[in-house]
Design a protein around this ligand. Structure first.
Ligand code: KG4
Ligand code: ZN
Length: 334
């Protein structure tokens, strides 16, 4: 069978990334420019700056990917692009690039949901097997999904407010750590003890999550201690916070595996790098005979390779967009 080469574009947040993927599983070439250092000066992603930087970077990243692969657009079968969810101004830059290429070179345009990309990042390591449960945890998303087969997503639940990575970054700021603070909170969490009485958020029968109350509890405790002239102990706060996050994420994920009688779990997104979460899931999955799959770090964070992997399955299912394809800040995955 003839191979399918997808050129994929991702620009939903602060990474401009272009990749060429063969048959949904083989990465031919990827180039990514991260804006993290610029946004770090502001303590978080500034949407207006992000879209301007995508415009500056997109053609360079596209050219670099084609050069690395030694490909021309004629070698490409279809153009896949993230249409959402994400920052609209950022998404539009990738969309315009993809639509322009599809129009000029007469290639099919494949719309890809960003979360489908995070899940299919795993396909670049080892082909996905079904059924599976996917936990997607990042700066922008916290979703629990059930997949019966390829590109068939049933969303079981997700965050009702802050994404888990967003909560990490805000807590980091409260304990005076620079952006993005998630990895630093994770590191500190391994040096402290769980002394602060933080609540276990949204400990109910649903598969939804809520992290804003937990984040507020950290802010209030820190504030109240400060008013009494006491300093909080950052490593103990990090441990207490991380323990609650890991407990609620793993509790609901393990329940979903049981309810859907699935013995395969995929964890994706930037927070999949969290050591506390990885450790606890490794233990629980071993106890329950669940196959745990977590992609390497470079595939956990935003990149176009994952969009190319997902895009291949969308392509095979005949999903196509026309030139009216628009950016969506939020959209259900289906
Ligand atoms: O997937 P990603 O690169 O971008 C989004 O799609 O959001 O995720 C970035 C998020 C940031 O909030 C960052 O603080 C968080 O992932 N993160 C972590 C860790 N490494 C990255 N959070 C907790 N522990 C970590 N080790
Ligand atoms: Zn992401």
């Amino acid at each position: 069978m003839k191979s399918v080469y997808i050129l994929a574009i991702e620009s939903s947040c602060d990474e401009t990334s272009v990749s060429i993927i063969k048959d949904g599983k083989e990465e031919i070439a990827t180039a990514t420019l991260s804006q993290m250092d610029t946004h770090a000066n502001y303590g978080g992603v500034v949407p207006e700056i992000a879209s301007r930087m995508h415009i500056e970077n997109i053609t360079m990243v596209l050219e670099e990917t084609l050069n690395k692969a030694n490909f021309s657009i004629d070698d490409i079968d279809a153009i896949a692009v993230t249409y959402g969810p994400g920052l609209v101004g950022s998404l539009l830059v990738g969309l315009m690039a993809a639509k322009t290429l599809a129009f000029i070179y007469d290639k099919p345009l494949i719309p890809v949901h960003h979360i489908a990309g995070h899940i299919y990042a795993n396909n670049l390591v080892k082909p996905l097997e079904f059924p599976l449960i996917a936990l997607v945890v990042s700066g922008g998303h916290t979703d629990l999904l059930y997949m019966e087969d390829d590109y068939n997503f049933k969303r079981l639940g997700g965050t009702l407010d802050d994404a888990v990575g967003e909560a990490y970054d805000k807590v980091a700021r409260v304990i005076n750590l620079p952006y993005p603070g998630g990895p630093l909170v994770d590191k500190l969490a391994h040096e402290g003890i769980d002394t602060y009485p933080l609540p276990l958020p949204l400990d109910d029968d649903s598969y939804n999550f809520s992290f804003s109350g937990l984040k507020s509890a950290v802010i209030n405790l820190t504030h109240n201690e400060g008013q009494r002239g006491h300093q909080i102990i950052p490593e103990n706060m990090a441990t207490s916070f991380q323990n609650r996050v890991v407990e609620i994420l793993t509790k609901k994920t393990m329940r979903a595996l049981k309810e859907y009688q699935v013995n395969r779990l995929i964890v994706a997104g930037g927070v999949a790098a969290n050591k506390g979460l990885r450790q606890r899931l490794t233990e629980l999955c071993a106890e329950n005979n669940v196959d745990l799959i977590i992609p390497p770090i470079e595939y956990c964070t935003d990149n176009a390779a994952m969009i190319g992997a997902a895009g291949y399955y969308a392509y095979k299912l005949g999903r196509r967009a026309d030139l009216t394809l628009n950016a969506k800040a939020s959209d259900q995955l289906n």
